[in-house]
Design a protein around this ligand. Structure first.
Ligand SMILES: Cc1cc2nc3c(=O)[nH]c(=O)nc-3n(C[C@H](O)[C@H](O)[C@H](O)COP(=O)(O)OP(=O)(O)OC[C@H]3O[C@@H](n4cnc5c(N)ncnc54)[C@H](O)[C@@H]3O)c2cc1C
Length: 334
């Protein structure tokens, strides 16, 4: 659903009857952004969520989520996100299903553009998340959620006593392969080159593990299966020879791309392209807060992103009160 927000009327920046000017604008609509919206809306901050062209985040492309608290029998990713959304809307959040295309955090009110439409905000919460990198094969897409995954912590449990392949040669791949040995009968690492890129310690741990096999110079050409994955066609990148590898699961661990292009020149982008945090939720610019996977290379979980969103909204409200944008006396007693 795209909410209708009237075109800019040219009203002064601090006129809060102007719906283009919000106390809080949240960019991104995964667990972090929508949790921030729930908290901000319940604090009467009437947040605007610029949700993105593919709204509601990474969980929209997964099926079973079994580790989100409150769902003892698990929940489908899209269903969980629909709950987040309804809860945010119930308290008065406006949602626009478009990408923010430009921001200017140089002075307050902050400015955010969606195409030609300009919005202004006293406080901004950045929650644009990250995108898992995929191989780009049509068959990989076809079996996503049916044997193909990009998150071992999330989906490893579903592969008890199965043969699993992990693609990648960096720290993430080594970590995921080692983690998956808790469930799998065998883990085969498919590494494009003839060496790992990951840290020595992680390499040694993986190479020592009797459940992990490494196939060097291999790339996946096709994922095969029926209802779920049962084999992979792999190619030897040196000889060009192709072969079939039986596997019931394929984990792609070639990295993540935090969605930070929008903030280039505005916020500090650190190692791996993740936004750098100042304190718990700060960005280094007063009034601009950060939440979720866009800063978090370490946990990358829905529950940690949601926790971040909560913290960012509370910090935003307290900050707005501290600079007199909202009455301190009306600030929520959390
Ligand atoms: C296949 C898969 C399965 C997973 N399974 C689980 C699981 O079982 N349990 C678990 O806890 N975690 C799981 N995760 C991880 C979890 O999905 C993430 O940790 C979580 O979604 C991060 O939330 P977020 O709000 O920070 O960002 P995201 O979920 O990435 O959401 C960010 C949103 O911001 C939007 N956005 C980006 N750029 C812009 C822009 N310019 N303007 C506006 N919006 C923008 C994006 O389109 C997206 O909708 C899984 C991840 C994947 C990929």
């Amino acid at each position: 659903m795209t909410a209708t927000v009237p075109p800019s009327t040219g009203t002064p920046d601090h006129d809060h009857t102007d719906t283009r000017h919000r106390k809080v604008v949240i960019i991104g609509s995964g667990p972090a952004g929508l949790t921030a919206a729930i908290y901000a809306a319940r604090a009467n901050l009437e947040p605007l969520v610029i949700a993105g062209n593919t709204p509601m985040g990474q969980l929209m492309i997964t099926s079973d989520v079994e580790n989100y608290p409150g769902f003892p029998h698990g929940v489908q990713g899209p269903e969980l996100m629909q709950h987040f959304r309804e809860q945010a809307e119930r308290f008065g959040t406006t949602i626009i299903e478009k990408d923010a295309t430009r921001v200017d955090f140089g002075e307050r009110p902050f400015r955010i553009w969606v195409g030609d439409d300009e919005y202004r905000a006293d406080a901004v919460i950045v929650a644009t998340g990250a995108s898992a990198l995929w191989l780009g094969l049509p068959s990989e897409e076809e079996f996503r959620g049916r044997g193909v995954s990009a998150c071992a912590t999330c989906d490893g449990f579903f592969f008890r006593d199965r043969d699993i392949a992990v693609v990648g040669g960096g720290d993430t791949a080594l970590e995921e392969a080692t983690f998956l040995t808790r469930f799998a009968s065998k883990v085969t690492m498919l590494v494009r080159r003839d060496e790992f890129r990951g840290s020595k310690i992680m390499q040694e741990r993986a190479l020592r593990d009797p459940k992990i096999d490494v196939l060097w110079n291999r790339e996946v050409l096709e994922v095969k299966g029926d209802m779920t994955v049962n084999a992979l066609t792999v190619r030897d990148t040196k000889t060009g020879e192709t072969s079939e590898l039986p596997a019931q699961g394929l984990f792609i661990a070639i990295g993540y791309k935090p969605n930070t292009d929008l903030f280039e020149g505005q916020l500090t982008v650190g190692k791996g392209g993740y936004l750098e945090l100042v304190g718990e939720t700060g960005s280094g610019i007063e009034g601009v807060f950060i939440a979720g996977d866009v800063h978090d290379a370490h946990y990358r979980q829905a529950v940690t992103a949601a926790g971040d969103g909560c913290k960012a909204a509370i910090d935003a409200e307290r900050w707005l009160a501290s600079v007199g944008e909202i009455e301190a006396s009306t600030a929520t007693n959390w």
